[in-house]
Design a binder for this molecule. Structure first.
Ligand SMILES: C=C(O[C@H]1C=CC=C(C(=O)O)[C@@H]1O)C(=O)O
Length: 373
């Protein structure tokens, strides 16, 4: 199927107000689609289902599923484009009031940390942008062209809404028994080089995420490996990233319990998790909905080709099938509503956070999304 045919199918689905998700994984050229045949709102029961899951920040709320068995599956290749993964300018809009509100929120977060309520909290806000272009498929195409190393998606359900994003963060990848995850946090603007110095505040907020993940998986994952901290580029921003991988112990934990032992991690919530989450739910000025939730393929089957080679006759004969779950954290995202895009941005707050700098960080993050509007 050509890319244009793929997009035409999505356009027809959208006009018929039927649910769909289209997505492209980081650094891949294939774009995938699941088009649900009915407009039923299906939720996961226990995460043993197969399909595409869309989960909110609040881990007590239900996750929406586009079930594989109720959907048409499409695939196509994205044509090569000349766009690069960068951003040139910052738009100057007057958001004095928003700035004041966000700075106050950050100050309250720092105060709560100083009062020992928690060590870290991720605080966020929204920004509403009037749209010149409100065709989600056109915006999706721009995200694809601009953010090659991100997980780019457009998700629609007539009973829930329409979300788009280009996220740099993986929540988990599980293939058969193989498990991997990343700890991504700390932000600075990209100024032409990956060779940068990080302040103690950013190093600490990222370390909290790594430590939390290692602690959460200690009893369920064997052979745990931890990479060195790397600086990675995502749009116009740089982040600190540690990769962690290992092998799932057989029957040690269900996928649902594993996911909810991690989500929401301190990259999007805080530490300790429950105290930070309560602060967010009470003090942020809006409902995050699916921002800082997670999304992606749930329990899809992947088949690896039979091995060639003379030695193992049995392996040569059979292709192997494994279950694969690949979930991403819903960051750098927006929700389209009427003729507006609601852009969601936040950042990690620690004891040494400077509220003005935290505001600037959310402004830089908002530009990643606003670039394509
Ligand atoms: C919560 C967000 O980012 C997280 C992921 C990367 C870096 C972050 C930071 O530097 O604060 C956040 O932990 C967001 O982009 O809205």
């Amino acid at each position: 199927m050509t890319f244009n045919e793929f997009l035409e199918r999505i356009d027809t689905q959208y006009n018929a107000q039927l649910p769909f998700v289209i997505y492209r994984k980081p650094n891949e050229s294939a774009v995938n689609g699941l088009l649900q045949e009915t407009n039923d709102l299906v939720c996961t029961e226990d995460f043993t289902e197969k399909g595409f899951v869309f989960s909110p920040f609040d881990n007590t709320e239900k996750s929406v599923l586009m079930p594989l068995e109720l959907s048409d599956k499409l695939k196509s290749l994205v044509p090569e484009s000349t766009a690069i993964d960068s951003i040139e300018s910052s738009s100057k809009v007057d958001n004095t009031l928003q700035k004041e509100i966000h700075i106050k929120l950050v100050e309250r977060g720092v105060e709560a940390i100083k009062n020992n309520q928690f060590k870290k909290v991720v605080l966020s806000r929204t920004e509403s942008v009037s749209l010149s272009e409100n065709n989600p498929i056109t915006i999706f195409k721009k995200l694809l062209q601009n953010y090659a190393s991100a997980f780019v998606y457009c998700w629609y359900h007539p009973k829930v809404g329409l979300w788009l994003g280009a996220t740099p963060e993986t929540l988990v990848k599980i293939e058969g028994q193989r498990f991997s995850i990343m700890a991504l946090a700390g932000t600075q603007n990209y100024k032409g080089s990956l060779d940068v110095t990080w302040q103690a505040k950013e190093l600490q907020e990222q370390q909290y995420v790594t430590d939390f993940i290692l602690d959460s998986i200690a009893t369920t994952i064997d052979n745990i490996n931890v990479s060195k901290i790397e600086t990675v580029k995502a749009g116009n921003l740089l982040h600190l990233k540690t990769r962690i991988w290992g092998v799932l112990k057989p029957n040690a934990i269900s996928l649902k319990d594993l996911l909810y032992s991690l989500h929401p991690t301190p990259a999007v919530c805080g530490l300790p998790k429950e105290a930070a989450k309560q602060f967010i739910l009470e003090k942020e000025h809006y409902n995050r909905g699916f921002y800082t939730g997670f999304l992606g393929e749930l329990n899809l089957e992947i088949t690896s080709a039979p091995r060639s080679g003379k030695r193992n006759i049995e392996n040569r004969a059979y292709a192997t099938t494994k279950k694969s779950t690949q979930l991403y954290v819903n960051l750098r995202c927006m929700q389209l509503k009427e003729n507006k895009a609601i852009v969601y941005v936040g950042g990690g707050i620690t004891e040494s956070s400077n509220p003005e700098n935290e505001w600037e960080e959310t402004v830089s993050k908002s530009l990643v999304i606003k670039k394509v509007l």
